[in-house]
Design a protein. Structure first.
Length: 222
C-alpha cells in the first residue's frame, strides 16, 4: 500500500497541471518576437528572433501618455503586448491604458487566462467582480469597490467583472495582466451578437423573459 501514495500524488499533480492554463515559464532569458511571414504555427508565443539581431528597441515602446482606440461604451483602449514590445513574447505579461468618458461602462467581461490589476490614475471608477458565494455555492456574490486616483483593485483570473466611471469627469486606469494573451470575453456581445446566433428560445428561457425582449436586445448588437 505504501507505494500507492506517491503514485496517487503524482497523478493528482499531473491532473492539476493540465487544469490550470497559465503562461509557462520561459526556458531562456528572452524570445523576442520575429516578424516571420512563413510561420504558421504558434504555441504560447511567437517565433523567436535571432538573438544576435535583438536590440534595445525590442524591449521598449511609447505612446501610453495618450488614450487609445475606442472600444465601445465610451471606453478607449491603448494596449501593450508582444505586438508593440516584441521582447514581451513568452514573458507572460501585458498591460493597457483604459480611458473612460463620463458615465462610460466597460461591460461585464472576463479574461480567461489572466489576473488583472487595476491602478486608477484619474477620476472615480467602480470596479467589481462576481464569484460563487463562499457561504452558498449555489448563489453568486459581487465584490465591488469605488476607487479614486492612486487606488488599486485586483480581478482574479477568469471571473466576470466590469468597470464603470461613476465620477463627474473622465477617468483613466492602467491595467496589467499576467498573461501575454489573457483573452477577453464580452458577455453581452457573445450572447446576443454571436454568429450563428443563439436561438431566441434558449435565451428567453435563460433570462426568464419573452422572446420579444430577446429580439429587442439582439437588435442592439446587429
Amino acid at each position: 500500500m505504501a507505494f500507492l501514495l506517491p503514485t496517487t500524488l503524482a497523478i493528482i499533480a499531473l491532473v492539476f497541471s493540465f487544469a490550470h492554463a497559465f503562461d509557462p515559464s520561459p526556458l531562456q532569458d528572452f524570445c523576442v518576437a520575429a516578424n516571420d511571414p512563413k510561420a504558421t504555427v504558434f504555441v504560447n508565443g511567437r517565433v523567436c528572433k535571432d538573438p544576435k539581431l535583438v536590440t534595445e528597441d525590442d524591449f521598449s515602446t511609447s505612446g501610453l501618455n495618450v488614450s487609445g482606440n475606442p472600444a465601445g461604451g465610451g471606453v478607449s483602449l491603448n494596449t501593450v503586448g508582444a505586438d508593440r514590445i516584441a521582447g514581451l513574447n513568452t514573458l507572460g505579461i501585458s498591460m493597457a491604458r483604459v480611458d473612460y468618458e463620463s458615465g462610460a461602462l466597460a461591460a461585464p467581461h472576463s479574461h480567461p487566462r489572466g489576473t488583472e490589476l487595476h491602478l486608477v490614475l484619474e477620476g472615480t471608477l467602480e470596479i467589481g467582480f462576481i464569484t460563487a458565494d463562499p457561504s452558498n455555492p449555489t448563489k453568486n456574490r459581487l465584490y465591488a469597490k469605488t476607487l479614486n486616483a492612486g487606488d488599486v483593485f485586483v480581478i482574479p483570473p477568469g471571473l466576470l467583472h466590469y468597470q464603470a466611471n461613476v465620477g463627474k469627469g473622465k477617468a483613466t486606469s492602467f491595467n496589467s495582466l499576467n498573461s501575454q494573451n489573457p483573452g477577453t470575453l464580452l458577455v453581452p456581445s457573445q450572447l446576443f451578437g454571436s454568429v450563428p446566433t443563439i436561438s431566441d428560445d434558449i435565451l428567453s428561457k435563460a433570462f426568464r423573459v419573452d422572446k420579444e425582449t430577446i429580439q429587442l436586445i439582439r437588435s442592439k448588437f446587429a
